[in-house]
Design a protein around this ligand. Sequence first.
Ligand code: GDP
Ligand code: ZN
Length: 352
Amino acid sequence: MGQRGSNKPDVERYLKGRKRETEHRANVLAKRERQKKAVLGEEAPPADNTLTGTILTRAKSGLMVQADHDESHHWCRYPQKGRGAMPVPGDRVSFLPQTETTDGWVEEILERKNLLRRWSFGRIKEIASNMEQVLILATPEEPVVHPRLVDRMLVGASVGKMDALIVVNKIDLIGMDTALEWSKPWRMAGYDVLHISAETGEGLEVLHGRLRNRVSLLAGASGVGKSTVLNRLIEDLDLDTSAISEATGRGVHTTSFTRLFPVPGGGVVADSPGVREFHPVLDDPKELEKHFHEIGSRSGECAYTHCLHREDSDGCAVRAAVENGEIHPLRYESYQILYTSLLEGPLRGRGR
Ligand code: GDP
Ligand code: ZN
């Protein structure tokens, strides 16, 4: 037997090879054409193919980016090596679009206006960026939300340079009197508070007005009614089969990741996962009073510059305001507990 057989198989192999090559080239060209169509959409993106957009959500499988030019959605990866933090929902990014065959690629996080962060099991967790306000949804009953959780979230929003709006839900269940009594500490401190029922729709119009044309983050413990509020505000939104997971088939788990949704009439609302605890990230405990408006605004009047506003602090203007009823005792208590927990250093997912 000859080492390489007769000539015939060689010719066949050559012809087969040519055929494969031609097919391959045709495939590549067709694919490129398809990709071009998919990418172009209605309006042509910039010639270099880099687009700008907003991170809508972050899942284990990637980042969902909404392109500015046509609002198309793209699953993207972010090659993180040596690049510091991951993008978070609300981030403005430059990216290469998704194609039929490949995920897109986030190239760069554009400058952040602000960032909401918290401690989570000994690590700093970045929740969302570029939010204008944090909507803290809470309820005194079913489930019982500890007022201090609201205070901690208020501090987190303030540290992140975001406005805060407190929304007490389930007034149909608890009654307006209970709701008003419960929200008194924050109303006294001058915070914006709404009382609503996602069930009956009471107050939802006012809430809608506060969300319109703004970028808001919806935060609150599980069970307070975040999904119900979103479903009521955003028609046709069925959170369990949200547009994002439907469009991509990747099934973003409804409660694990922050997601951004459009508000009817303009605006964006980000729905963040329910948290039982919220530990704001604040390096210097002395800074804390700045984030309790009614305390920070009075500390200049204390007899001592470094007054700790304790019960036995001499000439303390804050204590005086607590005693004469200008500062709610629950807010004062929250301040002291948070101050102590900040002194103890980064919390490891524990603490009061
Ligand atoms: P989430 O975990 O914050 O998303 O809370 P859900 O929206 O899933 O609501 C938790 C439960 O509270 C559900 O059974 C809702 O039907 C109920 N719920 C939500 N809003 C209201 C309300 O305004 N009144 C009453 N009575 N129940 C509500
Ligand atoms: Zn003082």
